[in-house]
Write a protein that binds this ligand. Structure first.
Ligand code: BDR
Ligand code: CA
Length: 324
């Protein structure tokens, strides 16, 4: 079991989280706040329409008492029709808990401008997208110099199987044209796809850890989180043949930066299928052992120490709970 080794780490990576909360996006926010220097949250349409993912980000900012600004971004994909994942996250994007209304407004509606300014102002920022890649693609198009200024892009998306279509994972499927721009951009890339995220489940057993923290500290934040986890887990369990809980997809994109020792990975070339009749939104991961083949452009996470990752979530919740 891991100790809480992240909260006071001397070199906390700078993370700008681009998200579409979303139950698992919320956990990405919690872990980024705990283990990194969270310089800002940008929102994108995805799990729910933009107004709702932005509202949800503002709710979480309040619940956690975050200083980080929230900037809203793209309300729809570059070319694809705007489609949500309300069947996974509910109409609100965060069904299952009694959410307090946010007390602070969004800081701006120019997420792309904020991404560009932030990455130009300080070199070495990590972009961590956990929703469709629309904002990130727009920022890279408007400011190609970002490729050389950022530490890299650690994203949740893709995999060797799909969850929104046979071969397509939701974040890539929702805006494949944006995803293709990101995978082609030349910056260091890390990909937390479904192969690894389905190894990290929030089960009812694990939710009881969060219930215990909520009870110990009388924490509204932890109680809300436990309710969110219950909705998410029950939803996944009811819709899958083989899952005992909900995959905690999005925090793995954060942990890949803050706790890389939790993962095994391989270097691969990954491209995005933007046209296939059956495969639009697929991440085409080149696993050939034969040359010639394209040079790797991506670190593909292959496996995760799920117990260690869960301990990190518990540490993050336990740290925040006493005052929230
Ligand atoms: C991804 O899609 C969303 O529903 C989740 O928040 C995650 O980012 C998983 O396919
Ligand atoms: Ca997400």
């Amino acid at each position: 079991m891991l100790g809480d080794m992240s909260a006071n780490a001397p070199d906390r990576p700078r993370i700008l989280l681009d998200c579409d909360p979303g139950h698992d996006d919320v956990v990405a926010i919690i872990v980024a706040n705990h283990a990194a220097d969270l310089v800002g949250i940008t929102t994108v349409a995805g799990n729910a329409p933009l107004d709702r993912t932005t509202y949800n980000a503002c709710v979480m900012r309040d619940l956690l008492g975050l200083a980080a600004p929230v900037h809203s971004g793209a309300a729809r994909p570059l070319l694809a029709p705007p489609l949500t994942a309300t069947f996974v996250h509910g109409e609100s994007g965060l069904d299952g808990a009694d959410l307090p209304a946010p007390t602070r407004e969004v800081d701006s509606t120019d997420a792309v401008g904020f991404i560009i300014e932030t990455c130009r102002a300080t070199e070495g920022t990590w972009l961590v997208p956990t929703g469709p890649l629309t904002n990130i693609a727009l920022a890279l198009r408007a400011a190609p110099d970002l490729v050389d200024r950022i530490a890299g892009i650690s994203l949740m998306g893709g995999g060797t199987f799909g969850n929104r279509d046979v071969m397509s994972e939701f974040n890539i499927w929702a805006d494949p044209d944006a995803a293709a721009i990101v995978f082609d951009c030349g910056a260091p890339l890390t990909m937390a796809g479904l192969d690894v995220t389905h190894q990290f489940l929030v089960t009812h057993d694990r939710i009881s850890d969060v219930d215990a923290i909520a009870a110990e500290f009388g924490s509204k934040f932890a109680a809300v989180l436990a309710d969110l986890f219950r909705f998410f887990a029950d939803n996944y369990i009811s819709r899958h043949d083989d899952l005992a809980g909900a995959p905690m997809h999005d925090p793995l994109a954060v942990m890949a930066i803050t706790h890389p020792h939790l993962f095994e990975s391989s270097r691969r070339h990954v491209a995005v299928e933007t046209r296939g009749e059956l495969t639009r939104g697929m991440t085409v991961i080149d696993r050939r052992q034969i040359r010639p083949r394209p040079e790797p452009n991506c670190t593909v996470l292959e496996s995760v120490d799920a117990a260690g990752a869960w301990q990190l979530v518990v540490d993050a919740v336990r740290t925040a709970a006493p005052s929230h």
